[in-house]
Design a protein around this ligand. Structure first.
Ligand code: FES
Ligand code: FES
Length: 227
């Protein structure tokens, strides 16, 4: 064999396609033909495949209208609040405090601790005082709810408890006051003439960061005609 000297890519490089399609019945190898791929075609392909994939995701994961309607019916709840029948859409895990404040605009009900400790969210359900932050809206659909907005007379005359709290200078910052009012009204509705100890016990679930406990207690006794 002749000595070809050192390998020279400019001369010795083979220009045959690197890939060949071999057909078993073919007497000759068929040359590989590169795709007619321009940059524009490539980008078009990428965009189109993206649209197809996104569309498939939407079709397979988006809830159908029937399913969405069923969910809406599940969320629909009728409540009687301060004597008015109200319909709201609330998920099953929504609290009454949230529904009252953010769906019905009854912001007199306060949220303090949001964990059944302070009483700022107290409302009445069928006359019984409850922490609305820890009561599910769907659980009270058949009950009469009364908030602090509903204790005064329709003509605006304050409830005796409200007037007594003002007279006894109960509210300091006022944050706990709506809960104190509702708890006191609930007490006097069931026990119009409580003893001081009964009143103290009934109001014990309502904390006051301003420490105005004696003022509120005197107000309860005054509203009960016992002070
Ligand atoms: S906010 Fe409901 S008990 Fe405190
Ligand atoms: S008046 Fe301020 S928390 Fe009771």
């Amino acid at each position: 064999m002749d000595d070809l000297g050192p390998y020279d890519p400019t001369v010795d490089y083979s220009h045959e396609p690197a890939i060949k399609e071999i057909r078993p019945d073919a007497s000759e190898a068929v040359s590989w033909k590169p795709l007619n791929m321009t940059r524009r075609n490539f980008l078009r392909g990428v965009v189109c495949s993206g649209v197809v994939i996104a569309g498939a995701g939407y079709v397979f994961s988006h809830p159908t209208k029937a399913r969405a309607d069923a969910r809406a019916v599940e969320r629909l709840v009728s409540l009687t609040v301060n004597g008015r029948r109200r319909q709201v859409e609330a998920p099953p895990n929504e609290t009454l405090a949230y529904t009252l404040r953010y769906r019905l605009g009854l912001t007199g009900t306060k949220i303090g601790c949001n964990r059944a400790e302070c009483g700022a969210c107290t409302v009445m359900a069928d006359g019984v005082s409850v922490y609305s932050c820890s009561t599910l809206t769907h659980r009270v659909r058949d009950k009469e709810i009364v908030t602090v907005e509903g204790v005064a007379a329709p003509d605006g005359t304050l409830h005796p408890v409200q007037q007594a709290f003002i007279d006894e200078i109960g509210p300091q910052c006022g944050f706990c006051t709506p809960g104190q009012v509702v708890a006191a009204v609930a007490l006097l509705n069931t026990n119009p003439t409580p003893t001081l100890d009964e009143a103290r016990l009934a109001m014990s679930g309502n904390l006051c960061r301003c420490g105005a406990y004696d003022h509120y207690l005197r107000g309860v006794m005054k509203a009960a005609g016992r002070a």
